[in-house]
Design a protein around this ligand. Structure first.
Ligand SMILES: C[S@@+](CC[C@H](N)C(=O)[O-])C[C@H]1O[C@@H](n2cnc3c(N)ncnc32)[C@H](O)[C@@H]1O
Length: 197
């Protein structure tokens, strides 16, 4: 019995990728993700602009193949660079989306929560951010989300991240910053309980 429980859950890792049910919901909500500021070549998010940490794997032939699908991959530090300033927004597109599933870990959770909050404060009306983070509501860094987010979707059950053998041993939240609150809720209620903090 104990062994079965151990096999059914996995602790956080910094390179797990977003499950397809979350990606599908993001795309139903906003179409193609415009920027993924923290990614790797195994991710299925396939945003228009993808930032891989300098030094991490980014094969030139992969970059060329992806360019053929109008997806740009570059080495860029997502914690250093300015997300909002890096994007050219088409004014006729009402809902542009930055999606971030940052690396998880005590130091990383804090640093990325700060970064997300900083970038959220710079958003124009036609750009929003969705962040997939551990639902550690007891932490100081989660307060960055409680205090500033427009909607938080507490994911039902536990996610099975791509690249993970088992479901995660922690709960997740999708944190939304933007003006399309009711639209976000209407798409994401399929994944969990949405609240406006
Ligand atoms: C949890 S994974 C998410 C991957 C992908 N965005 C997805 O959701 O499918 C986080 C990724 O961020 C990358 N990363 C970590 N620090 C970064 C940084 N400062 N800039 C860009 N990417 C970073 C890691 O290498 C890792 O692949």
């Amino acid at each position: 019995m104990r062994r079965a429980q151990q096999k059914s859950a996995a602790p956080p890792r910094s390179d797990w990728c977003t499950p397809t049910n979350v990606i599908n919901t993001l795309e139903q909500f906003a179409g193609q993700v415009l920027l993924d500021p923290a990614t790797n070549v195994r991710s299925q998010v396939r945003a228009k602009l993808n930032w891989v940490r300098p030094g991490d794997e980014l094969d030139p032939s992969f970059v060329v193949r992806e360019a053929g699908k109008y997806r740009k991959w570059i080495h860029q530090d997502g914690l250093e660079a300015d997300w909002v300033q890096s994007l050219e927004l088409n004014p006729s597109v009402p809902r542009n989306l930055i999606y971030v599933n940052p690396p998880y870990g005590r130091k990383e959770n804090k640093a990325w929560a700060r970064k997300i909050r900083e970038q959220a404060s710079l958003l124009p009306r036609n750009l929003s951010i969705v962040a997939l983070v551990p639902a550690n509501t007891e932490t100081n860094w989660f307060a960055e989300y409680w205090n500033e987010a427009d909607v938080i979707c507490f994911v039902r059950g536990r996610l099975k991240f791509q690249g993970a053998e088992h479901v995660a041993d922690f709960a997740s939240a999708l944190v939304y910053f933007g003006v399309a609150r009711s639209e976000f809720r209407s798409y994401f209620h399929a994944l969990g309980k949405c609240i406006e903090p």
